[in-house]
Design a protein around this ligand. Structure first.
Ligand code: MG
Length: 299
């Protein structure tokens, strides 16, 4: 088995989008730069969405333009539709992500489209990716639980992932949206991903809402997962509850994998520094815990 994992740092998009503050272009660029300096090779950098609906992601094109050259770093931007895709291309984006869900209620609430309609939008974006040579990543949300519908069927998530793969997604990220799932459920999900032959192109995206993020990542790793999404300091909590636990913290994942002897390519001390960059910009501590422990204890 491979003794390394791939990480996708989602703090600058999934993290900041779900925090109440809106950072400036310079602050977001400084955060992304610090993450690249920590060793990240895949960073979700922003989204080409309407600024009126998600002000935290406004001016993603300007953020990209403000970055220094980051050789070898894939910068992925979320695009909800063809309009966002064209904006991403105009900004020089080489990698985009699309979003769907297993839950009809969640899809309608988040994207104003049912799952079938969201797949149609994705087909349009995927065609444009092919014609422009752009890398495509797919997100499936609510893979085990939905905040609106409760427990969901992981087989449905895998079926959607198969369609995303067929549309050309290089990687599909399975979003455990609520953070409610426990390791036993994650094990079942990973078995289904393996059975479908999708593990090599799948990432797992956990949340720490119920304190299960690292436990779930460990179980997924043991079940063969080698790609994980995480967020600096656990950024990405509930917009209405500053400080609430959100995405699994990158620092916690780095600590877990270091202990297992598994390479991530990311330096924990520099990851902590990137967390400090964004914490200073937000003017408050991040939800995650490990980064605080590290700077308080001798190394
Ligand atoms: Mg998330």
């Amino acid at each position: 088995m491979s003794s390394s994992v791939r990480l996708c740092e989602v703090g600058p998009r999934d993290g900041l989008q779900n925090e109440p503050e809106t950072l400036s272009v310079a602050q977001r660029a400084a955060f992304i730069t610090a993450l690249a300096q920590a060793g990240h090779k895949h960073i979700e950098c922003g989204a080409f969405v309407r600024a009126a609906s998600i002000p935290q992601m406004a001016d993603t094109a300007a953020v990209l333009a403000a970055l220094p050259p980051l050789p070898g770093v894939a910068l992925t931007a979320l695009v909800p539709n063809l309009e966002g895709m064209e904006a991403a291309l105009a900004a020089g984006c080489k990698s985009v992500a699309v979003f769907t869900a297993t839950s009809e209620s969640f899809s309608r609430k988040n994207t104003n489209a049912n799952v079938a309609e969201s797949m149609q939008r994705i087909e349009q974006v995927a065609a444009r990716c092919r014609s422009s040579g752009t890398q495509l990543r797919g997100y499936v949300s609510t893979v085990l639980h939905c905040p609106l519908e409760g427990r969901t069927d992981p087989a449905r998530a895998v079926a959607i992932a198969e369609r995303l793969r067929a549309l050309g997604c290089a990687e599909i990220s399975f979003g455990e949206t609520t953070g409610k799932a426990t390791p036993a459920e994650v094990r079942v999900l990973c078995q289904l991903i393996q059975a479908a032959g999708l593990m090599d192109c799948s990432a797992l995206h956990f949340h720490d809402t119920f304190g299960m993020g690292i436990a779930n990542a460990l179980v997924a790793y043991e079940a063969g997962a080698r790609s994980f999404d995480s967020s600096a300091g656990g950024l990405g909590g509930c917009p209405n509850a500053p400080g609430a636990a959100g995405n699994v913290a990158t620092e916690d994942l780095l600590h877990l994998f270091a202990g297992l002897g598994v390479s991530t390519g990311v330096d924990l001390a520099l990851q902590v520094r990137a967390g400090q960059v964004v914490a200073a910009a937000l003017g408050r501590a991040l939800p995650g815990r490990a980064w605080r422990a590290l700077i308080q204890s001798p190394r």
